[in-house]
Design a protein around this ligand. Sequence first.
Ligand code: DAH
Length: 330
Amino acid sequence: MSDLETQLQALQAEATAAIAAVTDLDALEQERIAVLGKKGKLSQILRGMGKLSAEERPRIGALANEIKEDIQARLEQTKIKLETAAIAAQLAQETLDVTMPGVSRPIGRVHPLNSIIDRVIEIFTGLGYSVAEGYEMESDYYNFEALNTPPDHPARDMQDTFYLPDGNLLRTHTSSVQIRHMENHEPPLRIIAPGRVYRRDTVDATHSAVFHQIEILAIDKNLTFTDLKGTLKEFVRQMFGEELPMLFRASYFPFTEPSAEVDVQWEGRWLEVLGCGMVDPNVLKAVGYDPEEYTGFAAGLGVERFAMVLHHIDDIRRLYASDLRFLSQF
Ligand code: DAH
């Protein structure tokens, strides 16, 4: 056996063992370069070919080719094996368990007070009203005086007011928005004004120092008490989802004449739901409207009251406690 033949067979044995021992693709490529690369072991051995005799050369050449092909085949097989294993490993790591229960994200809900306000706005915008806003801090003028409630008026006893050190106050009702809006707009107008109001009430199951009202105001030529009744009847029908018996009880508010409180018969009980009346001529005069030309009606309702009645809530304080166990029911 020639020397080259021995070297080639040794290379084949060595490469076969090395390839079998390889465990990753990088190492396999290194092995390929070391054995079959341009400066690899096989080329080095074949450099000795020049010294061979003419009859030996083809035989050794054929053997070298055979060995080269054998090593190439092993490299290729091992490569496929390692690639398949790598893909399998990756798949195993990325497997999705489609039977796993989903992660449920809690869905936010509209607070019952806001949903009442939204509903009332929806009903009145459907009747052609637009939403108006005023200020929570008000002057005595907008909260009382322009609403026909002068400083010595007994009606001021009805509302215990938070006065601020500068002489302003926290509005006791949304009726102040009536004045603000009429001062800046010409009749005819129809507005609805939801907002926060403040009273110096001791907090208990039915009282809160801060609560919400919705004010309704319509001014036009020839508006009568019939228009007020028809409007409120339609409002109650939509709000409660059915036509309910309604009672207009004569009442008193400084800013309306005549005035009424409205009761609605619902689930076998009479519920007082709002105050209303025809806008007092003095209020129209305060904003520069001619009471001979224009008339109007107004109404005010308590949002908490509606929320408590419609959702059977027993304590007003639940509406402010931000307790998700309570709020998630709505
Ligand atoms: N402002 C009244 C209150 O806080 C509610 C009210 C009554 C508003 C009659 C009105 C109305 O616009 O006409 O109790």
